[in-house]
Every structure is written in C-alpha cells, then in structure tokens.
Design a protein around this ligand. Structure first.
Ligand SMILES: [Zn+2]
Length: 426
C-alpha cells in the first residue's frame, strides 16, 4: 500500500483539491530549449533509456569492457520493500505487508544474484534499513530536504508555465514532508548518485475503505510507472510492460485501474520519481490485495511469494531479451498430487499448484471466467471444480470435478509432455 506515504486520495468531486495538486520537482530537470508542439511531453531531458540499460546488460556479459581492463558495469538493481522496517503499510488478519514484501524482495534478489549480469541490493530487512541507506539518511538528511524542496519548486514552476501538464486524471492532496516521504526522496537521490539502473518498489495493496461487502471487488496486481513526461518514463514503462506480461500470465490485473493490462502512469508517487526526482527506471508494483487468499493462507503464502518473485525475474529477463527458456512461469509445479482431491474448500500449496498447472494446460480459469473471478488462490471452490471437470471431459474421463487416480496421472502426463515439447522447441 503506497497511499499513506505519498498522498491522500481526494476524489474529483472536491474542486478545492485540484488546487492542492502540487508537489513538484525533478532529479535533473534540464531545460529543453527546443520549442516543440507538444512541449510538455518532452520538457524533461531523458535520464535513461531502455536501450542503454539493455546495452549495459549485454556488455556485462564480457569479463572486461572493450576499452579498459576493468570489469564491465553490471545492471544495478535496487529493490525497495515498501514502507519502513517497523512502521507503515497495511495489515489484514495478522498478515503484514511490510514483512511480506521483504520476503518477495529477498526471493527476487536471490534470483538476480545468480545471474552475473546483475548487481542487486535490497533496501531493508524486516528490522533495519540496509546500512548503506541508513548511513545516508543519517548523514544527508539536510541535503535530501534541499533536494526535495528544489525538485518541488522547479516542478511547481513548470506546471505554472505549462511546461509540464499536471495529470488531470489524478486529483490528490499534496503530501506533507513526512519522514517516510523524505526517505523516499533520499532513496531516489541515493540511487541516482550511485548510478542504479532500475529501482523496484514492492507493495501489497489494500482497499482503503474496506468493508466485507466490497472485498471481493478488488484483487489483482497493478504496475505503477512514472508519468510519461518524466525523465525516466520510457525505460520504466518498457520494463513495467515486460513485468506485467509475466505477472498477468498467472494473476489478475487489478480491477481498480483496469487499464493497459494493469499498468498505471502516475505523476505523484515519490517512489517512482514524482517531481522528476528519479533518474533510473523506477517501478512500483502492487502485487495484489492483502485480502487475497494467496497472502492470507499461511501454507500458500510462501509459494505465492516465490511465484511473484520468479515472475518479476522472468519479466526482467524478457526485457533484457535473455528469456528463461522452457519456463512454466510458476515454481509451484510439478507437484505430488497423490493426496490432493480438489474438493470444495480444500486449501494449501497443492491447490495453488493444481490451479497453476490447470492454467498452464489451458483449463483454468474455467471457460468464460477470468482471473478476477477465479484467481490462482490456493483455495478450491467452484472455479477449481469447473476447471477439473472441463479437463476431465477433455480426457474422456468421468467429470467428477475432483482428482482421482486417473485424473492425477493424466495431469502428470500432460505436464510432462508439455515441458518436453518446450524443451524440444528450444
Ligand atoms: Zn504499501
């Protein structure tokens, strides 16, 4: 959940809020002297491009760079678990966002660390900031405040003279400079100074006005990318699209924004460079809603965490045109189905694996349903039952809606055949 750090939602009906709209600034707001017909869209000079980051990845494959006897620079990725070690974020039924996102961050960092093209840092653990960042906060807070103020002042000017267009779809109150907001500006500045290429902010969403009756209305992931006018917009969006492609293969896109396959442009989120305060490609991922079963069921949560991290990694590999070959897109299966029936309300990692496997085979969500209706959740219900029945019919088996010996062995065989095929295609 990002809201409390960054802004308070104020809906369009409140006219006054339109005047509170800013917030402004930018990491390197260099004036573009060329007058353009769509001046606003090109006002900030591009700070990083997809092509540059991809070239860094490619060049880091060699031991030394061509011109010097130095190890080639790796792609530097900063993973920021949302919120602070001991405060912030949402909680629901004992599941704490700020802790779960550390688990996703660590799993993702482990995957990235195995790839020699990357240099990765995680911004904090569950109990403390990374010492590098903590030291930076301790010794540079005045500088960070100055940075924030100058970015805001510049952006205010650009908005006033029309150089930058405010995002008219978003009407929010300005966020005051809380310690949390300052740390985010500090992270943006630190990452720029340390020449990071990509920063990923990880969150889990919540519906601010949650009531039992509306919980079902919100699920799925959302990928926040910087406003298209910002310096880091192109690279961020391109990476965001790659990540969303892998996440949406197994998860619903959020029912809330419902645009661009879950990709949402935002001008005011500090984490992704509000006031043009980030030079590197910056993304904020809301992996899902904390009420969703894959977070709430304790035995399923580790699998969901592993999958979210894996799918994020697959998306990065897609962006770098170095995709993982023959992947199923989920780490949840193969699975030993022996004790699984898929009966109503059965839950656990086996059900998650079954839903994912049925999806892989093209049977889940069942016909005429989508991931919002029928998520890969780790809990069996009517969706799982329908999917099993459709699978059984496709195998000319009795459509019981539950796993029996024949369905289990058919599943195992089909999954093996599919993975053999994908290996053969390589
Ligand atoms: Zn959050």
């Amino acid at each position: 959940m990002k809201d409390e750090l960054l802004r308070l939602a104020a809906y369009a009906g409140c006219v006054a809020s339109a005047f509170v709209l800013f917030i402004a600034g930018g990491a390197t707001p260099v004036f573009d002297a060329v007058v353009r017909t769509q001046a606003a869209a090109v006002f900030f000079v591009t700070s990083i491009t997809s092509a540059q980051i991809q070239e860094t990845y490619r060049a880091s494959g060699s031991q030394t760079s061509a011109s010097e006897a130095l190890p080639a620079k790796k792609v530097k990725i900063l993973i920021v678990p949302g919120h602070e070690p001991d405060t912030g974020g949402t909680e629901y039924q004992g599941v704490v966002e700020r802790d779960v996102v550390v688990d996703i961050a660590d799993a993702l960092a482990t995957l990235l660390a195995q790839n020699p093209h990357y240099e990765v840092m995680v911004a904090r653990t569950k109990i403390a900031w990374n010492p590098l960042l903590q030291n930076y906060f301790d010794t540079h807070m005045l500088e960070i405040e100055t940075f924030e103020q100058s970015q805001k002042a510049q952006m205010t000017g650009y908005l006033a003279d029309g150089s930058i267009l405010s995002d008219s779809d978003q009407v929010y109150h300005n966020a005051i400079s809380t310690p949390g907001a300052l740390k985010l500006y500090g992270i943006n500045k630190w990452a720029s100074d340390a020449a990071y290429d990509i920063t990923l902010h990880l969150h889990i969403n919540d519906y601010a006005g949650r009531r039992l009756s509306v919980l079902k209305a919100y699920n799925g992931f959302a990928m926040y990318v910087p406003d298209h006018q910002y310096s880091n917009a192109e690279a961020s969006r391109t990476i965001g699209e790659a990540l969303a492609g892998r996440l949406s293969a197994y998860h619903a896109t959020s029912t809330l924004p419902k645009e661009d396959a879950g990709i949402v442009e935002d001008q005011q989120l500090i984490a992704i460079g509000s006031n043009n305060s980030a030079n590197d490609a910056s993304l904020l991922i809301e992996y899902g809603y904390i009420q969703e079963p894959q977070f709430q069921i304790a035995s399923v949560r580790p699998l969901a965490i592993a999958d979210y991290a894996y799918q994020t990694y697959l998306g990065l590999q897609d962006f770098f045109k170095d995709p993982i070959k023959g992947t199923r897109g989920s780490v949840s299966f193969p699975y030993d189905w022996t004790k699984l029936t898929g009966a109503q309300n059965e839950k656990g990692p086996g059900i998650y694996a079954l839903q994912a496997a049925l999806h892989h085979l093209g049977f889940y969500p069942p016909r005429e349903k989508n991931f919002n209706d029928c998520p890969i959740s780790g809990r069996a219900g009517s969706c799982t039952r329908s999917a099993i029945m459709q699978y059984q019919r496709s195998q000319s088996l009795e459509a019981t809606g539950q796993l029996g010996p024949q369905t289990r062995s058919a599943l195992t065989r089909d999954l093996e055949e599919l993975s053999t095929e994908s290996v053969r295609l390589k």
